[in-house]
Each structure stands twice: as C-alpha cells, then as structure tokens.
Design a protein around this ligand. Structure first.
Ligand code: ADP
Ligand code: MG
Length: 723
C-alpha cells in the first residue's frame, strides 16, 4: 500500500501522471488529493443549458436527445451531430468524421460533456467535446465506476485532462493509500467535531452527501489556517527569543525635551500605542510591531518618539519610506518638530541634540557621501531614506530601530536587508496607513504584534466626498474648479490628481492601473496642468508633481507647496501616501474610477488634515450601475478606512492578498479566504497559541511539526508587496 508522498506515476501510470504534472504541477499522490473539486454535480440533475454563455469552458451533465450523421456537402467526410438536453433546452455537439461515436452516445443516456461553448447558426454548441457517459446503474462493469455515487466532483480541468479523468485518478489514488496519518492533534480535531484527514479527503472527493463535503472542506480549510497560524506564532516566538539591546529614554534626554516642545496634545490612542512601543523597546528582545492606523491618525509622531528613545540610548534609528517625496517630507517634519534638537554637533547646539540625514537614490554624490558618513560614524541619530537605505554602501554605527513607513510597499526581504546592517537584531516598527481587517492582519502580519490607531486628533474636520459624473452632469466639473478658486481665495490650497503623467503612452504613469484598459483619453498631469493654469484656474499658482521629475525638482515643489507658494498642485499618485500639508483643503481626482478603493481613501486623506474641513471630488466618466461607479459611491459614503479596505479586498483576487504563489498546486493556502473565513482564522489562531503555549515548540507533535515545516517551505507570504 502506498503513501501520500509517493510519486503519482506509481499509482496511475506514466502518461497520465505526466499530463497532471505538466498542467497542474501535481507530482505526488498527496498533490493529487489536494487538487480539490470546485463543486459537485448531482447525478440525474441536468445542467441548465440556458445558463451557458458563449466562450465559457464548461463541464455539463446532460441527456442525449437524438443524433444524426450526415455527409458534409461538397467535401469528403461526415459530420455527427448529437443533440443533448437538460429537459427543456437543447445543445448541439458536433464531431467530424467520427460516426462511430453514435454507438457510445446512446439516445436516453446521460453523460458529462466538456468543451467551449460556441454558437453556430444561432444555436449553442460544443464542437468535438470531450465526454464521459455515465453508467445508468445496470451495467456494473462500466469503467466509470467512480460515477457510482450521487455526487460527481467537478475539478479544475483542461481539454487534455477533463474533470472525470481527474476523478478517476483520484479514485485510484485513494484506493492505493494506507490510512493517511493525521497531523491535526486529536483534541483539536474532536473539539471542532472534524473528520480525520483521511475521511476529509475522501469525503471531499467522493462525498456521501453535501453536508459531509462541507464539513470535509471546513476541516481542510481550518488546517490551512491552523498551520499558517502555527508557523506565524512560532516565528514570532523565535524572534522574541533573540537577544538585543534594550532601548530606553533617559531622564533629561532628547525625548523628554521633544515632549516638552510638542505643539499639540497626544490623543488617547497615540498614548496607548506609545506605551506599547516603549515597553517593547525596553525589552532585551527585538520588538516586531505593526502600527496600523487611519489615514491622518498621527503615526509619524509616534514613530519619531520611538526613534528618539533609541537615540537617547545611544543608538540610531532608520526610517524607510516608500517614495522620495515622502522621505524628504519626513526630514522636513522631523526637523520642524525637533527644532534645535535636530542640529546636533553644530556650534552652540544642545548636547541633547542629534542629527537627521537623508539617503535617497537620486541625491548627488557629495550629498550622498556626507549622508553615508553621518550614518556610519553615528553622528546622525536619525537616518531617513528610500530603497537606497538598503544599498551595500550604507552602514550604521549602531542601528537600534528600523521604522518602515507604509509597509505594503515593502517586502519581508527588504526589511531583512536592512536588519543585517545592525550588530544585534534591531527593533522593528512597521507602519501602514491602509487599515486592514483584523483577520487579514493576523494572516499576513501574524508574526508581528499589532497596535491599532483608530482615533483622529481632536478638532479634525471630516472630509466630505462627492462623485462628479461628467457624463450625466458635465457642468459639475466647472463647479469643481470654482470650488478650488473659492478655497484658494480663502487662503487654502488644492490638489488635482490625474492618473497619468503624459497622455497616451503606456509608460506615462506612476501606477499600474488597477482597473480598466489604458486609454488615450485618461487625464494626464502634463496636459491638465497648463490647461487649468490658462483656463479654469487662470491667475492661480499651479504646479506639477510626478515621478518623472528629478528628486530636486520634486523636493523643491513639495517645499513650495508646503510653504504656501503654490496654490494648486497637479499631481499623480506620488502624493498618495503620507503627504502632509495641513493647509490643503480640496482635492479633485480626475478619472477616479482608475483607482482602487483604498487608494482613493489614501489620496483624499491628504486634505482635511488641519482644522479646516476637507473636500474631495471624484470625477468620473463611468455610468451609473457600473462597478467602477459603485466603488466611487462606496468611497463617498464612508470615511471608515477599515470598512473600505474590506470592500477593496473583496474586489481583489484573494491571491493579491495572500501573496504570489496562490494559484499553483504548490501553495498550501488553497481553500482559505481571509474575509470569508474570519471565524475559522480566529479559532485557528487561538488553537495555535494554545498548542504552542503548552508544548513550547512542536516536539510532542512530530507529524504536525513536519507539516508546518512543509508549509513554511512552500508558503510565500508576501502580502501586498506586489501592490
Ligand atoms: P498618518 O497617521 O496618516 O501618517 P500623520 O502622522 O502625518 O498621519 O499626522 C497627520 C497630521 O496630524 C500631522 O500634521 C501631524 O502633525 C498632526 N497630528 C498628529 N498627532 C496630532 C495630535 N495629537 N493633535 C493634533 N495634530 C496631530
Ligand atoms: Mg504617514
């Protein structure tokens, strides 16, 4: 008898197993067992033919109604047309020169038919489909004995490997196997009333009834969540065991001086998070914490305080920002908040003071050289940079803390590339302004402790958002420009966001379009800016900002905007995250349907950051009733980033959420859906915590331990790295 690790070829023969490997990556018996059916067809319940659409790849259950073989006019050969029916509608199957099939496709018998739905002379048809006739229960010897059950599994299939062939292979695999060892601890399995692994696999492929299939699927889905949580909890515990330098603020140090000079009261939420971070930093083990917060909730000052605590302890802190605009802005913000405390080492400066330095890819050689020296010798306590921070030449004197701003732009590898620059494992604070639902955080950042900031600083006015449908209300756009003029004459500033830098060419964008085809009509910064400056916004100071400008140009434009020398910034999404100019009160987003929900929420978070209320206008040519329009209406309807991120995630393919390797057979997360399976993930997490709490590592559960190790090898949990 066989084992789940056995090569498939030992069970089903070389040729078939080669096709399964080539098409689905299925190599072992276990891989095949994990090629789960998508759904079931019920024997006798014929597929509704009216539902089939042209172009669909389908597997249907139907009954042969009639058949006729006729010669092709004017040519050699014959055509066999078999009409199948679901009882009301008919579908035609055509075969060329295969009259012999008439014997197999007996009138009155039922079969599975697979192919691509075409239309010929106004009739739906499958041209030379694959088929498998189903035994009617009398001819026991029929090779299709796997169809003896009432439920027929339907698999992801191809023309080379139709669903029923997979089903036959699975059946052979099942009967070749010994009892499959169950890695799930008995007590956990029985607490959920789950079947054993063997039972679950059998019931999923050949269910007694749909309840059994559902329970089997739940058990296997739970397994995925449980193994993943075990892996993450173990990883978190491993990290906690590492030794590092504890970093505490000192009496009379820079942090204290900073607090005393802070121009605003910290919110309750900020204070809670600060306490969590301070207690982490005081440990002799590295912090691994995710700070997720609403847009504008004030994460920057929290990060700065953590960095100052490290500076107090004699170390350095690095902040990794996703864009140059943002890195430069952080330097400005920190310098403003720190005042003289940011100018250490200069004549007459306070001995508490430190220095801030910026490292980016496009700075000139002299600036780069100076920045590298400041970081390497430890003169700079705070080092801010983009990807360039990860470069080989960048060295630190004593790197104690890494802050990653807007985590979703960075991968784990990048975090790690920075970590190796420290002598001892550094503390890590990851920040994201894209709020994500709890179970997503648990799944994706499950090795991090999570702090959440929901509260906005007091006195913040809500942003009101409106959709401007240019198709239905072309005059509303005029009104939008009018609103900008009003805000500017009231002393405020405005953003106009366009999806493209230049019209037409597909390289002219700072983003990959999330939605819709590229089209030459999409608004671009280079066209819109002069158009507005000479037209609707004549007389206002209009400037452009986009990713093709040099970093000096970008920086000086942002500085000018921040200091009020520019009224209207026409920009791409380079301002999407983090940009903070409190005096900006209105944003017009052109072709807003081109952006995702979370992205729009991020963008509008750039206005209403001060004490004046913000206005965001979403301009779109999408008609009512389209999903693009619904997305915009959803953004207009709520300011709750957590709710919007749910909507966003629901609209993406799950693979985008959980990372790269989702579709292939190699992935261990085939059934789990982070939003749908929230309850399951919660209970898997607490089961995982319990198992680890009682067993330390998994030595008392060798089978489980091996399964987790296997998952750790396979799972590429990259989260939104790609996005
Ligand atoms: P985000 O969480 O989106 O990164 P920021 O850290 O940029 O938000 O903060 C948004 C704005 O709110 C900044 O101008 C910041 O100085 C200000 N801010 C932060 N905390 C407070 C507070 N407690 N009271 C008033 N303003 C605050
Ligand atoms: Mg920020």
């Amino acid at each position: 008898m066989g084992d789940i690790e056995d090569k498939l070829a030992t069970v089903i023969g070389d040729r078939t197993s080669k096709v399964l490997t080539d098409v689905f990556g299925i190599k072992s018996v276990g891989d095949l067992m994990r090629h789960y059916p998508r759904r079931y067809m019920v024997r006798g319940e014929l597929t509704d033919i009216a539902q089939l659409s042209e172009g669909d790849e389908v597997t249907i259950l139907a009954q042969v109604h009639s058949s006729a073989n006729r010669p092709i006019r004017g040519r050699k050969g014959s055509i066999l047309e078999v009409i199948v029916t679901d009882g009301s509608q008919k579908l035609s199957l055509t075969f060329f020169n295969q009259a012999w099939r008439e014997k197999e496709l007996k009138v009155g018998s039922q079969g599975l038919f697979a192919g691509k739905v075409g239309v010929f002379n106004g009739k739906k048809q499958l041209a030379h489909p694959d088929y498998q006739m189903i035994a009617d229960g009398t001819d026991v010897d029929d090779a299709t004995k796997n169809f003896a059950g009432k439920y027929l599994p339907v698999y992801a299939a191809t023309a080379k490997m139709p669903s029923w062939k997979i089903s036959q292979c699975v059946e052979m695999a099942i009967s070749s196997l010994d009892e499959i060892a169950d890695y799930l601890p008995d007590e956990i399995r029985s607490s959920h009333n789950y079947p054993t692994l063997q039972q679950a696999l059998v019931q999923l492929h050949a269910p007694l009834d749909l309840d059994h299939a559902d329970l089997a699927r739940e058990r296997l889905t739970f397994d995925e969540a449980f193994l993943l949580q075990l892996m993450l909890v173990m990883r978190r515990n491993e990290l906690k065991k590492l030794n590092t330098v504890s970093r505490k603020a000192i009496k009379g140090g820079i942090l204290e001086a900073f607090d005393a000079a802070l121009p605003f009261e910290l919110t309750g939420g900020q204070r809670t998070v600060i306490a969590e971070i301070e207690s982490d930093l005081a440990q002799p083990h590295p912090m691994h914490r995710l700070l997720q917060g609403e847009v504008g909730s004030g994460k920057t000052v929290i990060a700065l305080r953590a960095m100052l605590a490290v500076v107090d302890s004699g170390g350095q802190a690095a902040l990794l920002a996703p864009t140059e605009v943002l890195a430069a802005q952080h330097v400005r913000t920190f310098e403003k908040l720190l005042g003289p405390l940011a100018h250490g080492g200069t004549l007459g400066s306070s001995d508490k003071a430190t220095r801030i330095t910026l490292i980016t890819g496009s700075q000139n050689a002299a600036a780069r050289k100076e920045a590298l020296a400041l970081a390497a010798h430890g003169d700079a306590g705070i080092i801010i940079g983009t990807h360039a921070l990860l470069g080989e030449k960048v060295e630190f004197n004593d790197l104690g803390l890494i802050v990653v701003d807007e985590q979703h732009r960075f991968g784990v590898e990048q975090r790690d590339a920075l970590k190796v620059k420290a002598q001892k494992p550094p503390h890590l604070l990851v920040m994201t302004a894209t709020p994500i639902p709890r179970t997503v955080a648990m799944t994706v950042f499950g090795d991090l402790d999570v702090s959440t900031l929901r509260e906005l600083p007091l006195g913040r006015q809500p942003i009101s958002t409106h959709v401007i449908p240019v198709l239905e209300k072309p005059t509303y756009l005029e009104r939008a420009w009018q609103r900008i003029r009003e805000e500017v004459s009231a002393g405020h500033q405005a953003y106009v966001v366009a999806p493209r830098i230049e019209p037409g060419s597909d390289s002219g964008s700072d983003i990959d379009f999330l939605f819709g085809e590229d089209s030459p009509d999409i608004a671009s910064v280079s066209v819109l800016a002069p158009e507005l400056a000479n037209g609707a916004l004549k007389g206002l100071r209009v400037a452009e900002l986009h990713g093709r400008m040099s970093s000096e140009e970008k920086d000086s434009t942002m500085r000018a905007f921040a200091s009020g020398e520019i009224d209207v910034l026409v920009s791409t999404t380079v301002i999407e995250v983090g940009v903070d100019v409190a005096n900006a009160t209105v944003m017009v987003i052109m072709d807003a349907d081109r952006f995702g929900v979370s992205q729009l929420h991020q963008l509008r978070g750039r206005v209403g950051r001060g004490s004046s209320s913000g206005l965001c206008l979403l301009v779109t040519g999408s008609p009512v009733g389209t999903s693009a329009r619904e997305r915009l209406d959803a953004v207009a309807a709520t300011l709750d980033g957590f709710e919007l991120s749910r909507i966003d995630l629901e609209q993406r393919r799950e693979g985008d959420v959980l990372g790269a390797n989702q579709s292939g057979t190699q992935s261990h997360l085939r059934l789990l859906r982070v939003l749908r399976d929230e309850a399951l993930i919660e209970s898997a997490r607490s089961d995982a915590e319990n198992v680890i709490a009682t067993s330390g590592d998994l030595t008392s559960y060798p089978a489980l331990s091996a399964e987790v190790a296997r998952m750790a090898r396979n799972a590429a949990i990259d989260y939104l790295d790609k996005g």
